[in-house]
Design a protein around this ligand. Structure first.
Ligand code: 13P
Length: 255
C-alpha cells in the first residue's frame, strides 16, 4: 500500500492478560511479525506485564507502549506510574486520553495536554486519543467535539513534538461494539483532525503527523481503512488479544 506516512499499528491490550498470557502472546507475535519493517508495530500490555514483555521484544522490531502514565514525575501519588518507571522497560510510546480513561477516570483535555508534554519531556511518544460519543455523532456536534479535543490536548507543543505525536481517532460508539466507522466516515474525521493540526501549527507539520483509527478494527476491515489518504495506522483493542487476528491486521496492511 503506497502511503505518504509510515503506517503505525498498535495493540491496546487494556486490562487483559496475566504475565503468563502476555508472554505467550508476545512470543506468538514475534514469530508472526518477524522482519516486518514497513509498518511500525507497537504493543501496549498492562503495566504488570511490561517487564516480561520487554524482555521478549528487545531483539525484535516490535515496540512497546504503555496505556497511561502520571503527569507527575514521582512522589505521593498512590496507584500511579511515572514516566521514569515506564522507561525502565524500554517503553517508547504511551497511550494518553483513551476514552475509557476520559469516562471512568474523568480525564480532561487539559490533563491530557499536561501528560502529553510530560511524555515528550522524557522522549516518549504519546498516542493521544480523541473521539465522539454516539450522542455527539447523532446530534451532528462531532466536528466541534473533535476539534475541541485536538486543540485542548495538543496546544502548546513544539512543532517537533507535534510531529512525534500520534493522534488516535476512536469514535466511542465504535469501541468494542463491532460497529466500525465506515472508511468514508473515518476519513472525514481524520481530514478534519489534520486540518485542525495545520491551524494550530502549520501545513508541513500537519502533513507529518500520523493519525490512527481505532474502533472494532479487524483483519477484514483494516486494509480498506488504511487505504484512506489520512488514515496512517490503527489502534486495535479486542483483535489485539490474539496472535492470529493482530498479526493478520498487520499483514493485511502490507503492500
Ligand atoms: P476495539 O478494537 O476492541 O473496538 O477497541 C478499540 C480501542 O479502544 C483501542 O484503544
Amino acid at each position: 500500500m503506497e502511503k505518504e506516512r509510515k503506517l503505525i499499528i498498535a495493540g491496546n491490550w487494556k486490562m487483559n492478560k496475566t504475565v503468563a498470557e502476555a508472554h505467550d502472546l508476545v512470543r506468538g507475535l514475534k514469530l508472526e511479525l518477524a522482519n516486518i519493517k514497513d509498518i511500525d508495530v507497537v504493543i501496549c500490555p498492562p503495566f504488570t506485564a511490561l517487564s516480561e514483555v520487554s524482555k521478549e521484544v528487545i531483539e525484535s522490531d516490535i515496540r512497546l507502549g504503555a496505556q497511561n502514565m502520571s503527569e507527575h514525575s514521582g512522589g505521593a501519588y498512590t496507584g500511579d506510574i511515572s514516566v521514569l518507571m515506564l522507561k525502565e522497560f524500554l517503553v517508547r510510546y504511551v497511550i494518553l486520553g483513551h476514552s475509557e480513561r476520559r469516562e471512568y477516570h474523568k480525564e480532561s483535555d487539559a490533563l491530557i495536554n499536561i501528560k502529553t508534554k510530560a511524555a515528550h519531556a522524557a522522549s516518549l511518544r504519546p498516542i493521544v486519543c480523541v473521539g465522539e460519543t454516539l450522542e455527539e455523532r447523532e446530534s451532528g456536534r462531532f466536528e466541534e467535539v473533535i476539534t475541541t479535543q485536538v486543540k485542548g490536548c495538543l496546544a502548546g507543543l513544539e512543532k517537533n513534538q507535534m510531529e512525534e505525536t500520534i493522534i488516535a481517532y476512536e469514535p466511542v460508539w465504535a469501541i468494542g461494539t463491532g460497529k466500525t466507522a465506515s472508511a468514508e466516515q473515518a476519513q472525514e474525521v481524520h481530514a478534519l483532525i489534520r486540518k485542525t493540526v495545520a491551524g494550530l501549527f502549520d501545513e508541513a507539520t500537519a502533513k507529518r503527523v500520523r493519525i490512527q483509527y481505532g474502533g472494532s478494527v479487524k483483519p477484514a476491515n483494516a486494509r480498506e481503512l488504511m487505504g484512506q489518504p489520512d488514515i496512517d495506522g490503527a489502534l486495535v483493542g479486542g483483535a489485539a488479544l490474539e496472535v492470529r487476528s493482530f498479526s493478520d491486521i498487520v499483514k493485511n496492511c502490507l503492500n
